[in-house]
Design a protein around this ligand. Sequence first.
Ligand code: ZN
Length: 385
Amino acid sequence: MITERLYYIDSYVKSFEATVVSCQSVDGKFAVVLDKTAFFPEGGGQKSDKGYIGDSAVLDVQEVSGEILHFVKASLEEGQAYNCKIDWDTRFLRMQEHTGEHIVSGIVHSMFGYNNVGFHMEDNYVTVDFSGELTREQLDEVEDKANLAVYANYPVKCYFPDEATLAELDYRSKLDLTEGVRLVDIENTDLCACCAPHVNRTGEVGVIKILDFMRHRGGVRIFMKSGLDALRDYREKYKSVYDVSGLLSAKQGEIASAVERVLGDNDSIRRDFNLFKQTVAENTKDSMIFTENCGYCIVDGFDAEMMRSLANYGAEKSQLALVFSGDDASGYSYIACSTSLDMKTVAQNINNALSGRGGGRDTMIQGKVATTKEEIERFINKFIG
Ligand SMILES: [Zn+2]
């Protein structure tokens, strides 16, 4: 049974009544064939429609060997007529995106002679691959022309020409078909073979925005949005720009240079801070206490780099260097250094005596201890000496 494709005749059918021709169980779902359908099956770069047949949700629609299979959640009765409803909001967005893509592809073809060699519709953007490279300036020109075609509100006609008419026409097509070719004719803009539903007039496409682009297989891949998706993207990005401009007290058009300035300031602050840390670590060397077997110090607010620099100094002067940084309330980080001792044993001793954890490599270990300054000093005097 050949299902009548309502979306070919009228892409604005949102609900319809259809009779179930067959319903078969497939992998926990049911594959339903209807006598007619407005559900577009995945194809031509566009995802399938979703919606309902009766109360049963339509999860996916695929065309298999010329037959349209509606994959639904709950079983449906063969021979029974059902009210069917497609998810119109999503479908209309896709019609806007798809007709927007045809407008852009037609303009690129007429301006530069490049073909659309790949088209993919994601949930809220579209990618189009062209057979030649394009610059940002050229894409801006394409974008202007595409939006002018929208303002002109040209009619969009979808039809099946007979063979003789088709032979006379110059149209864009990915496949070399001679029969059953459906053409989408956008007045003054594009003529292309396509099986998908489109809007009736270009004005319904709304905004067409070409976002990023990248080199792709000797040509270019563009990322674009049309219609409501483009509007929502603008809304979201405007909010970001508004927020950033407020945070930086910069005009909206100048936030990039304002961010550059902040990053530059950060770099110089980081450099100054590193120098300052080196100086503090250097000056703390004098306060290191050297006992018979080790050099140690207990400081506060030192980072690992500062502690390492102190520990290396201590290890040059003594058999073992111990550096602790922290306070009694939140505990201490430690770094220990030695070129002659077995540091695994040292780590075990520190961790056991001071409720700590940590370890490391042969000559240097680091960790954390949950203890007090007094306990650390007692440990050093009693066990290390
Ligand atoms: Zn198409």
